[in-house]
Structure formats: C-alpha cells, structure tokens
Design a protein around this ligand. Sequence first.
Ligand SMILES: Nc1ncnc2c1ncn2[C@@H]1O[C@H](COP(=O)(O)OP(=O)(O)OP(=O)(O)O)[C@@H](O)[C@H]1O
Ligand SMILES: [Mg+2]
Length: 262
Amino acid sequence: MNLTPAVKPVEETPIPAETCVIQIEDVHKYYELGETRVHALRGVSVEIARGEFVAIMGASGSGKSTFMNILGCLDKPSAGRYLLEGTDVSRHDKKALALIRNQKIGFVFQGFNLLARTTALENTELPTLYTKIDNSERARRASEALAMVGLADRAHHFPSQMSGGQQQRVAVARALVNRPSILLADEPTGNLDSRTSVEIMDIFQKLNDKGLTIVLVTHEHDIAQFAKRVLIFRDGRIRKDDVATNRPNASEVLKTLPTLED
Ligand SMILES: Nc1ncnc2c1ncn2[C@@H]1O[C@H](COP(=O)(O)OP(=O)(O)OP(=O)(O)O)[C@@H](O)[C@H]1O
Ligand SMILES: [Mg+2]
C-alpha cells in the first residue's frame, strides 16, 4: 500500500532565526498616569528580517513612537516578548538595555538633537564615547560615517553653519558611527522640505542596499513609498502589513525635483 500522499501539503516556511533581527510577540504597553492607565500597544506581533526597510504609518496616538521606543530598547514592553537578534531583551534591566542599544541600534529623530557648540565631526563621535576605542579610531569612524552621508567636507562646521538637511545627515552619521544592525528613525523628515526629505530617503535607500535594516516612522505617503514594506498602526495594533510595490528610487526622484538654485 502506498501511504505517500499524491500532493504534498504546502508547508509554511518560518523565517530562519538568524535572518530575523526583530521578533515582537504579543507586545502590550501600558502607561500609568496617576489614576488613569493608557493602553498604548494592544498586542503587537511582527517579525522584521535583516535587510528590510519598513515604514510605519498611522494616526497620531496610534502607538508608533511607543513601538519604536521598545524596538530601540529605550523602553520595555509591559507584556509580551521582544527578541533582538535572537536575544530576549524584554526582561533586561536598564543597564543591559543601554549596552545593547549602544551596540546594535542607531536612532534618528525629527529634531536633529545636535550639540550646538560642537562640530559635525564631534557630534558624530558622541556615541563612541561609551565604547572602548582610542581617539584616533573615534575620529576615523566618525569621518567614515560623515562620508557615508555625503558630508566629508562639512566635518568642521557647527550646526548653525549647516542647512536643516545637512544637520539631519549629521544625525544619521551619528546614528551609524557604532555600526549598528538596525537604524530606527522616528519622523526623520518631519522638519524638512520635500527635496531635502527625498535626499534623506536617498541616503536610507543606499544604506539599506548595503544591508542595513531600517525602520522608519512617517506621516507622509510620499516618504513611506521609498520603503520595502509598510505597517499601519491603529489604536495600538498593526492593522495592515503590506509589501511596497513600484518602489521609487530616491536618487531618480531627486533628478526631477527643483534645487535651491533653480
Ligand atoms: N510617556 C507617556 N505617558 C503616558 N502616556 C503616553 C506616553 N507616551 C505616549 N503615551 C500615550 O500613548 C498613546 C500612543 O502614543 P505614541 O506617542 O506612541 O503615538 P504616536 O503614534 O507616535 O503619535 P504621533 O504620530 O502623534 O507621534 C497615546 O495615547 C499617548 O497619549
Ligand atoms: Mg510619535
């Protein structure tokens, strides 16, 4: 008797653990505010593989920044698990989280948060102050990171001597200087005009092409379209998870946009 079925059942292929940078399992986050309790994340589960470029969208208050703070080890889930490169960091204490954050995660925020009386190079060096490398290596890595964002020639400029877009690029260089496995950006183009925003997306696409995993929050569809995958948050849950189709190439889009000189 032949017991082998004629048609093999379709097997779900799980993402192999080693390619999965981020695994979020049924994460909840509560904020206690005196008598009231805000349930900011209500059971979020998602996996993000190495080399993905994810955009997060959703209405104000839907939990995007709360989610990013957890991804970035700035905060912990109230319930559920977070595996970062296979390590369960949801039970780590503050000190352990700070260490992981410094080694594995680069952050870019809406405000550039640069130190005013400090040059682009020194601003970029800041995250390396917590790592055990000597000063010349520090400067070398910072110069390398500035070159990656096209600012090699602005290393000795102060923030006030740079445009908003250039300041945000310094912030990106600072996020890259410790060679993180993930770049997290919460509305990085929120304070920038459209051309400068596309310039930042051009840098993100190039970094992603080199293998960097990127998660970005944005309110703008025009910005989200540069990512490979779009998650939509609503009321503390992921309501949509789409693969982006017809993704534009930011450097091509830039050619069609007017420059300041035009
Ligand atoms: N530190 C906090 N303490 C108390 N409540 C908070 C705190 N941070 C966020 N919340 C609440 O949690 C919910 C989610 O906030 P969150 O900042 O994650 O939203 P968001 O999607 O990033 O919004 P936005 O688009 O406006 O930045 C909101 O109801 C917010 O008021
Ligand atoms: Mg937010």
